[in-house]
Structures are given as C-alpha cells and as structure tokens.
Design a protein around this ligand. Sequence first.
Ligand SMILES: [Zn+2]
Length: 364
Amino acid sequence: MPFSDFHGNAETVHTLREILAYDHFPHALILSGPAGSGKFTISQMVAKAMNCLERPMTDGLPDFCGHCANCVRIAQADALEDRFAEAVEARENLRDTDKKETRIFVQTHPDVMIIPPDPPQMLVKVDQVRHVIHEIYFKPVEGRERVYIFSDADFMKEAANSLLKILEEPPEFATIFLLTDNPTALLPTIRSRCMHLRLSPLSPPEVENYLAEVRPELKPRERSLVARICGGGLGRARSFDLAAYVAARQDALTVLGPAMGSKDHSDLFRATDTYRAGADGKAKTEYLIRTLYSLLEDMLFLRSGTPELVRNQDIQAELARMAAGVDFEWIVNATQRLGELESGMRRNLLRSLALDTFATALEH
Ligand SMILES: [Zn+2]
C-alpha cells in the first residue's frame, strides 16, 4: 500500500513526500479537508514512511514498503473505526471507578498513537493531551519518529491549552497531526505553530474511478450516483449502502407525492407507517429527512438552471417534472417545514403521524 494508492490530492501528497525527503518534518501539521478526503489515510501513510524499516524510494521520493514489522503494526490502526469501537467497548467493560479515569486511545505501534475524540462528548479531553505530554518526550522505541494523530482535532478548552504547551516546546523526534474539517475552530495560537496543508474533496469522476476498483459489483450508473451522493468522500463511498439509500429515496418521493398532485394517500400512509418508535425508527427517520433535503436541493438546482449540480441524476427527469410543478417559494417553505419536522422528531413525536402531517401540509 504505497503512496501511489492514495486517491486524489496528488499535489498535497507530493508536498508531504518532499518534506519527508528533508530530514526535518514539521513538529505539528494541520491537515484539513472534508470528511472522506483522506486526512487519516495520508497521516497513516506518513507515519509508515517515517518508520518503515526498508525505506523504499519511488519517483525519487520516500515511500513505505507496507510489509515490514513497523508498517504492518501501524497499518493495524488503518481501520480506525473498528479500533475505536474496540477501545470504547473495552472501557465500557471496566469497573465504574476505572471507567471515569480511562481515556480512549488507539495504539497498535509503540511510536504511533491515535487520539480520537472521547465519547460521549466526542471532544479531545485534557487527560488525553496530558497522556501525550507524558510520553512524547521519550525517544522512539522501535521507529525513528513518534507520531501523534488527533483524528478529529476538536478540543475541549483546557485540552487545547495543554496542547499548546507541547507545541511551544516540541521534542525533535515527534510529529503531531491535527486532522480537521474546520481549521478555523482551532485556537489561533495553535494554528500559528503548525504547518497547514489542505485536502480538497474529490470530483465525482475521481470517486467513480476509485469505486470501479473497490466496488466492481456496482454498475457505472450506480457508481455515478454513489459518487454524487457522497460528495467526494471516499470513505463514505466505499461503504455506502446504495440499496438503503434507494429505499429511503423512494419513501421520500412518496412523502412528496401529495404535494405533486397525488390524490390517493394510501401509498403515503403505507410508507410512513414503517417509521416507528425506538432507536431503529429514529435512525430511519433521520435518514429519510436527510434524503428529503437532498431531493429538495436537487429541485432547487433544477429550478435555478444548474442541473449539473443535481446529485440524484438517475431520476433527474422525474425531479425535473416535480420542480416544474412548484415555485421557488414552495421549495423554501418545504425546506423550512422539514427543519421543523426534524426538530419535532428530536422531541420524539409520533413519527409516522408527523411525516403524514408534513406531507399533506405541502399540498397546494
Ligand atoms: Zn515498511
């Protein structure tokens, strides 16, 4: 799995490899970019290249072998979501007193530590940063560089202040990665002490190429749809459940049916009746609401003469018919009502009833 396996953002990858070629990698690096642009993947690749025992070169720049002891152990954290879930579960199984004092880390190699946001608040906590301070000044054990990856650099205030202490006096042999989709949320004093590289979202054709490799079972038409729905996020595209999406979209179209002139409401009631109480019903309803938003947005693109932005291109003809039957004001009003529906759901209203009310309120 060398650098050439990274999809998109070729210039940023090249820059990172050039910096690797000089022996002084920055002590702290902000990698910003939208979800799925590969911030974590590329940080892991850099961690491997720093510590690879074989240190291969490709195109005259440092790479990593992917099979030496260090590469293999670092790669065990590539599936970060799985490792994170294991760490959270391990904490759940502790005695209550220990649970309170245990923070979440993912570490599969002694010199590479991943610091995910700590649940339930999903923020980096001061105890996590203190743990980093405690060990970052020790020399690497089995590699050449210690690497600390804050996989979602969203800090509690005290944690951010602690991090600043490390950034003011970083050890020679350590690199801190701060991954974020919103770099402006970081303290200016942190930003000013870090080098900053940006990853852009991938274009739909880039995502389609990637999908052709990793999900060959998808037809070209389906790949194109997934690429557009996922908005350039590779991670999301890789695991995107197309069947579930198409089912939710069918329900969303049914909910919009009355507004589009359908007089018989039996389809509507049959569809909304499947949105029940409980956690499953909650997730299903949230997904339906997100899908409704995306349909309304596509209708807006069609009305405003920017059809190239439509995401649900496979049903564009149907969406165009729907868009032609309403005006701009209707779309704005529907979006507002959808927002009300969404906040109502949080107060746990009867879901199917709320959906029926939403659907019929949009009738002309
Ligand atoms: Zn290696």
